[in-house]
Design a binder for this molecule. Sequence first.
Ligand SMILES: C[S@@+](CC[C@H](N)C(=O)[O-])C[C@H]1O[C@@H](n2cnc3c(N)ncnc32)[C@H](O)[C@@H]1O
Length: 270
Amino acid sequence: MAKNPSWVPYGIDATVPNAARMYDYWLDGAHNFAADRKLANKVQQIVPATRDAVRINRSFLRRVVLFMVHSGIRQFLDIGSGIPTVGNVHEIAQRADPECRIVYVDKEPVAVAHSELLLQDNDRAAVVQANVRDVEGVLDHPQTRRLVNFDQPIGLLMLWVLHFVPDSWDPVGVVARYRDRFAPGSYLAVSHVTADGNPTGHAEVNELYAKTPDPLYFRSHQEVLRLFTGFKLVEPGLVGSAFWRPSGSGDISGNAEINTGSYGGVGRKL
Ligand SMILES: C[S@@+](CC[C@H](N)C(=O)[O-])C[C@H]1O[C@@H](n2cnc3c(N)ncnc32)[C@H](O)[C@@H]1O
């Protein structure tokens, strides 16, 4: 068997593609394997604008982090944070206010190992390896306890992660368990792919992801809305994420399906 490069944590099977490393590839990151690139290219053959969809999601991330900082949030929990590339939450938030504290959470070992490396000199940011459904494991982790004050509002970021959570895990219930531990005035941001509008190739893309450890679950507007139970959506509500407070033409794709293929919204805990 071929030897993995030195940045690969022990025990990783480089022949099994996964969502974190395919996303890294689309973001022009360097922490992906041939199997990830192969499957990512197949997805791109079906949806040629995939990279644009990724770019629009990252623009949404930047806008919601800045919105939260401007709304007074100084501590963030970014779940399903991915492999760091450019425009990471700590860079955006700490550039706006160096006092911001960030806990990244991901289940994927390459994402966690690379985040640890990137954050080694940043004592206001850390990464926790955990599954989003392990709410206590995330919130009671020593790094979370070190960086997060639960008496103060928190910015919870769940961008492009809940569509990897099956209904059998009760995603609404998972989000509610985080919410219940947070102070009023906390914010939740979600982006989530949808097949509303019957976008090109979504069934084929579903089939491809079904062969990975990260099957994909497209959800309707109503289903994504339910994730915000106990939160009041801020304007403009739950919309195609490109249309959530775009700050320039670069935040919107020239491809209408990309603009509406993922819902984005931000809610404030009541
Ligand atoms: C598409 S990336 C999104 C990265 C980043 N949130 C963004 O929007 O740019 C999805 C990430 O969610 C992670 N993920 C998927 N299922 C997860 C789970 N059950 N628990 C924790 N992380 C998960 C994957 O490992 C991957 O890094």
